[in-house]
Design a protein around this ligand. Sequence first.
Ligand code: G6P
Length: 615
Amino acid sequence: MCGIVAYIGNKQAYPIIINGLRRLEYRGYDSAGVALHNREDGNMHVYKRKGKVQELVDFVKKKPIESTIGIGHTRWATHGKPDNINAHPHLSGSGRLAIIHNGIIENYDSIKKALIGEGHSFTSQTDTEVLIHLIEAIQERDNLNLEEAVRVALSQVVGAYAIVIMDKENPNQLIAARKASPLVIGIGDGEFFIASDATPIVEYTQKVVYLNDEEIAVVNRDGDLTLKTIANELKTPFVQQLEMNIEELEKGDYEYFMLKEIFEQPTSITSAMAGRINAGEGWIKVGGLMSTYDKIAAAKRFIIAACGTSWHAGLIGEYLFEELARIPVEVEYASEMRYRNPIIGTDDVIIALSQSGETADTMAALEMAKKKGATLYGIVNSVGSSIARITDAGSYIHAGPEIGVASTKAFTGQVTVLALMAINLGYERGRIPRSYYLQLISELERIPEKVQTILEKNDQIKFIAGEIKDISNALYLGRGYNFPVALEGALKLKEISYIHAEGYPAAEMKHGPIALIDENMPVIIIANNKSAHEKIVSNIQEVKARKGQVIAIVTEGDTVISEIADYVIEIPETDEPLSPLLSVIPLQLLSYHIALMRGCNVDQPRNLAKSVTVE
Ligand code: G6P
């Protein structure tokens, strides 16, 4: 949450920063701001605006922007309401230093009180302004240079931060540091780019250094990069090559990233399988799994930790691992797991699912499990992210950048990798016969083309969306593998259309939600399970008997449900363990169209953000 972009070099900083902030808007869009240093007047120009980056751009028109150094920020508010004053950058007491910050300084209140006691006054309600005042106070009190003062100040703060600091009196240097919030430095030709992720950097350079926790980087206009820890230990920067291309970051012909990402799924699911499956030769090999095979095969239990949509993918993982590999699984909300005192030991494997690889709660749950000696496995989209780095082994889902705040292709990528792992383990552990193994492999390979046929029903799904767009509530029901899909369908609708929606196991309906059903309550039933077909038909009858409107996701040719449901969306037949990969697609499209018809910003839903680096 919160996006950071900074530049130093010989190009104009402002367009680079604005371009980068637009790329990082998925991390928050409560306000945006920049600080630029004008060489001619020697001043630091700070422009900040409540709202999206475009508000800032409109505000800055005709203002001086000449500068070859600058810092910029797009905010997701934590301390202090979203307004022009609380927008970053924030200035030190003298106005000499400017800072941008992603994270939370937890002990800011006590530091603030002490600084007020020393005569400081603050203009904003933010923890960030407190930090930059502290840095300047230390600099003046101890007569330190800026880098030293940053180091001393950071050793006093508790919490999470990714920061970049610019000094009006030294416009040839930027100082950056991180702890529990991501920061990456792009190394160009005599120039540096600093950002929360690589998306603002990739069009300028492929060479990057990911900062580790408690590292401070000093970049100078002369091309010098120095890396130290907060304990003042010199580090050698580990330069990596980016695997990302610029087209992946553009909307192309699509109106919204979310729609683009929904339509990318035949490709992204294929990428998740690439090199890991071969139906012709009849094998699945998941590299990360093989590298930790002994520990994983000996595991007493898998604990899947995740948040949001990734948690829903994790629930499907539970069904997959238990049914196919016969490994006991628990699925944990990472935010709960980290604060309980769960019984975790060296026989446990923790599987973290995360699109961003930066979610603070998931990261903290992993750190806790690591201390308890568990093996950590990551299923992550963002290459080089914190979760990818802390885990002992893992599998990238290779979905490419996901920019729409509501996750779509990352979900199917995660489920694909979980299915590959479960089938692989099930066969290696002798829990599924070769015939079923081969059947699942060939079926998995056909999933992308089946997803494509569902995407071709977009107009039909849009029509249904039009019929129900004015609803205030919706109930999503599913059984077995499709119960987590019901949760995910409900979450998608909530997130982007602000309609209240709940997901339930279909059979649980009679223990509560059935009381809500009347002619105004559409019930979306995922009814493509082979095993529980009659039971689902009964559930639909129960809804119809109470005048509920039924939208059913059914397997092609299901005449029984077609006759009783108000609307049906047919999807191709597949093996039940793989069915979520198909049944979720119409639900993504349904939410998308409903939200669009209600005038919502589908890519940037209110109050939400991606890469949730705060608790
Ligand atoms: C936020 C996003 C969701 C995402 C969740 C977990 O809430 O809006 O789309 O599912 O975080 O994020 P992760 O990056 O760990 O998958």
